[in-house]
Design a protein around this ligand. Structure first.
Ligand SMILES: C[S@@+](CC[C@H](N)C(=O)[O-])C[C@H]1O[C@@H](n2cnc3c(N)ncnc32)[C@H](O)[C@@H]1O
Length: 230
């Protein structure tokens, strides 16, 4: 068992970029951390229905594509992907919120999973360039305050040819539904911490990724996104 709760990098750390983030971004990140810390105890119960009906099979579809051995999961949350980790991979998993990470630590212990768990912000990853073969995130970039910055950091820590695998809900292209999602977004963010109007496929391209494949898993809203660092 190699669970380790490390600490987030400070402004002067070697790889962290927090020193370069604006005050407003730091404040937005702190609000996100507080929201997920508040949700940590009820998070699994809150999602239990959709997890067993849908998310479980979406996760299985994503993990089919993971290439090891060095795998980073960002926004590990309560550790719902831990059952999919394969023997032989060297897995590191980070989350912004200490209480979510504590739940993931308990799950890793229960599952006897070999994973290094640490606190960290995807917008300032505490890893050197080209450290991982695959980076995975499931339903994370909806809540990262600056998703393009986060995806740029992911690009930096991937080896050339390394892959990004995302499960994300995004803004619908349906004009009526899209409008409703935009209007409802501020309320959903306050309650759940997640933006429902993100354009994560475009954000991955903006960050410098080459898209390989995008599958619609539910309507045009939930997507499995596969992209590569050239
Ligand atoms: C909706 S939950 C998803 C958790 C998990 N990936 C899953 O599929 O159940 C979003 C997670 O992303 C984390 N998160 C949000 N912003 C983050 C950031 N900037 N860096 C790292 N993790 C972040 C939150 O703390 C939370 O645990």
């Amino acid at each position: 068992m190699t669970n380790q709760m490390g600490t987030a990098p400070d402004a002067t750390s070697e790889h962290g970029r927090q020193g370069r983030q604006s005050e407003s971004l730091l404040q937005a990140t702190e609000r996100t951390r507080q929201r997920y810390d508040r949700l940590a105890r009820v998070f699994d119960r809150m999602e239990a229905g959709v997890e067993s009906r849908r998310m479980h099979s979406w996760r299985a579809a994503l993990w089919e594509h993971v290439r090891g051995p060095r795998v980073l999961e960002v926004g590990v949350g309560t550790g719902k992907n831990i059952p999919y980790y394969r023997e032989g991979w060297r897995i590191t998993a980070i989350d912004l919120a200490p209480r979510m990470l504590a739940q993931a630590t308990r799950r890793a212990d229960r599952e006897h999973a070999r994973v290094e768990l640490r606190l960290g912000d995807v917008q300032a990853l505490p890893f050197p360039d080209a450290s991982f073969d695959t980076v995975v995130a499931t339903f994370v970039f909806c809540s990262v305050p600056d998703p393009v910055l986060g995806l740029q950091e992911v690009l930096r820590v991937l080896v050339p040819g390394g892959q990004l695998l995302l499960l994300e809900h995004v803004l619908s292209r349906n004009p009526i539904l899209g409008r409703i999602m935009n209007i409802a977004n501020p309320v959903v963010v306050r309650m759940m911490g997640a933006n429902i109007n993100r354009e994560t496929v475009r954000n991955a391209e903006r960050a410098g990724f080459k898209l390989q494949r995008v599958d619609d898993l539910w309507r045009d809203i939930v997507k499995l996104i596969q992209a590569e660092r050239l």
